[in-house]
Every structure is written in C-alpha cells, then in structure tokens.
Design a binder for this molecule. Structure first.
Ligand code: PAN
Ligand code: ZN
Length: 199
C-alpha cells in the first residue's frame, strides 16, 4: 500500500476515508458474521433474502521510520439480527500487546471489554467521547442506535488481532433489544474456563 505522506489531515468520516482510499478497506457482511450471533435461526432467516452490510472499516498501518501511530475508522450500520444489535466481531490483541484509543464521531453504542483474567466491563459509547482500551482486554463494539456508529481508532503499529477465541466463545454479555432500548444479558455460551487454556 502507498505510504501516506506525513503530516496529514483527514476528515473523520467514512466518505473521506472511502474517497481518499485511506488505508486498507474491510467489509463485513452478515454471512461473515454468522458465527457471532447467538440466534442462529435469525441469521439464517435474514440470509434467505439478503446479505446486508454489518460494518466496514479502514485501517492505515504506519510503516514509516521511528515510532509512528496507526489509525483507522469503523462504521457499524444500524440493524439487528433477531434481538441482537449489529456489532463487530471483536478481538484480542495478540500477546496482550498494544493499547488502543477509540474516539466516537457519530451514533451511539456499547463497548464490550473482557480480559482472560476475568475482568469485564461494558461502556456506553457517545459522540465526542474517547475510550482507552488496555491491550489485555478483548473489545467489541455494538451499534445500539438508529444511525451509523462511527469511531476512529488509534494504535501502535503492527498489532496482530486474535479473532479465534471470540468465534469459539463470544463475549460475556449479549446486547439485545429490551422494552425501552438496548439491554445487556448474560451470554449463556460464554465460558471463562475455555480462556484459562489460552495465554
Ligand atoms: C478496530 C477494529 C475495528 C473492527 O480498528 O479492528 O473496529 O472490529 P474487528 O476488528 O473486531 O472486526 C480495532 O480495535 N483495532 O485494533
Ligand atoms: Zn483492537
């Protein structure tokens, strides 16, 4: 990929990242996400007629001299699979290395976090707020609103993402539609014991 000249500036919008071909583009449609929803029959039902975009993100890995920073932008579309809201796959940073910062630009959502040591947290995401994610905690974002959830992320370069344990085990909490909006429920398939075998 072409090295971006620094210094630079770019508007924090999906349109700007798209039109500037800024970073590597990743598209996640429902078919790619089918193992990440607990209601498998709801997934299959939607896929009979369509394969909607769940989220897209751009990643610009710094590869210049010295100690740079990588950055990206994520746009999660609004929507639900059964009662579960559209969400990212979520991942650990390999070797627990590399903290990360998210800055919400638009929309509303929830940031789900947990560590292999048993710590877990769920934080509301609102425009204008910044979120510090320790490298030890898996993180997933969920769009609980009716418009796109857009956020910028910044991380030290070349962090590898581990998605495998999340596919097997999910997150401790599910985010589902309640009578007055999003609520958190326990994920019945989540098993901390499975994590003990991981480093
Ligand atoms: C983010 C995520 C992005 C997409 O840039 O990679 O929001 O989520 P998934 O990677 O879980 O599909 C980040 O946390 N980078 O480290
Ligand atoms: Zn991350």
């Amino acid at each position: 990929m072409e090295q971006i000249q620094i210094p630079f500036s770019i508007p924090m919008t999906p349109e700007a990242f798209k039109s500037n071909k800024f970073g590597k583009y990743n598209l996640r449609k429902l078919i790619d996400m089918k193992d990440h929803y607990s209601d498998k029959s709801a997934v299959e039902k939607i896929l009979i007629n369509e394969n909607p975009i769940v989220y897209e993100f751009w990643e610009n890995e710094y590869s210049g001299p010295g100690r740079g920073l990588s950055l990206g932008l994520t746009c999660i579309h609004p929507g639900k699979v059964g009662k579960e809201y559209y969400q990212t796959k979520g991942h650990f940073h390999v070797d627990n290395k590399g903290d990360e910062i998210y800055n919400v630009i638009q929309g509303e959502g929830l940031l789900l976090l947990y560590s292999k040591a048993g710590k877990q947290e769920e934080i509301r995401m609102l425009p204008g707020s910044l979120y510090y994610i320790p490298g030890t905690m898996a993180h997933r974002t969920v769009n609980t609103g009716i418009s796109n959830l857009v956020f910028v992320s910044i991380w030290p370069p070349f962090i590898d993402h581990d998605y495998e344990i999340i596919v097997k085990n999910g997150f401790p909490k599910l985010v589902v539609e309640g009578p007055d909006g999003a609520i958190l429920t326990e994920n019945p398939s989540f098993n901390y014991a499975l994590l003990k075998t991981q480093t």
